[in-house]
Design a protein around this ligand. Sequence first.
Ligand code: UD1
Length: 356
Amino acid sequence: MHILHVVGARPNFMKAAPVHRALGEKGHQQTLIHTGQHYDTQMSEVFFEQLAMPNPDENLNVGSESHAQQTAAIMSRFEPVVLERNPDLVLVYGDVNSTVAAALVCSKLGVRFGHVEAGLRSYDRGMPEEINRLVTDQLADLLFTPSADGNQNLLKEGIPAEKMYFVGNVMIDTLVQLLPQAEVVFHKLRGDLSLESFGLVTLHRPSNVDEESVFLPLLRVLDKLSEYLVLIFPVHPRTRARWSDHLKRCNRNIRIVDPMGYLEFLALQKHAQLVITDSGGIQEEATYLRVPCFTLRHNTERPVTVDVGTNLLIGNDWALLESEFKKTLDGHRRLGSVPPLWDGSASIRIAEVLSC
Ligand code: UD1
């Protein structure tokens, strides 16, 4: 079978890499298309190297635009690629604009496609990713879910059970595979950053970083918390561009650094005392690594990380963040457990489904 994978943004790469490998082992012909949604070396190229993914067969170079323009550009550039390459099946990943754009193209051309990481719902349609998830899942022919709540959400939306496969979490496949390499990287990083004990911060959601009335108070809270624990903050390019002056004035215990490669970030995450984030994937990785995770959002499309994992939803309750932060440093850590099928073999299960 000829399978065409579509990737575009940072969180896609670690999901596609193990699926590409598992399908390769089954002998399928494969094509890899990069939409170019993320284009900086540190947001894209470094992941291909570290994840040992082949270079994309084509890059659509769409770059950054408004959501509508970016989605439309991906669609108009992806359509001729599908027509020319004529795959038997397309695989799309996660919930970014590249995911929904490719899904729309496939369904309009009548080309079968599968969604890896289907069924996740935050029930917050103010998030662009929620719109992308809803539309992609309605159109997909095959839906590969990472957790049982995904199947329940899809059933509620009227999607037939026979299209769904609860395979587990492909992002954890990459984590399991690369953790030994990340440990090697950690020893060097620890020396370079002179680290003993530290926390890790990532923020990129427009709801946290776009408005002055939200971002500046948040930065002040982080400044205060960094008196108790050094905080390493790799900053997304958009956030850096918008707030560079304020970021420069942070307390020296907040280490503002460039976006990191996969191995470097995983290394720090594994050894952090705690993580403060608004990312989706980091909630999952922290759960697997059993590192306390404080999510600066009111909801999550990954409720299993709260129900059984280490994740706590903080919203924008900075008093709660401070008290939970201190409790964690005092040794009251919630270790949680690892959700079912987050075992490093989700992509093998996908390859088996597709090879029947
Ligand atoms: C996208 C995803 C989000 C994911 C995040 C991870 C959507 C709707 N959002 O958000 O789900 O969690 O990626 O990073 O698809 N930029 C650069 N260099 C890059 C890429 C982006 O400087 O390589 C800047 C540009 O100024 C751009 C902005 O980041 O305008 C936003 O990029 P975009 O891909 O549209 O969304 P993200 O915020 O990265």
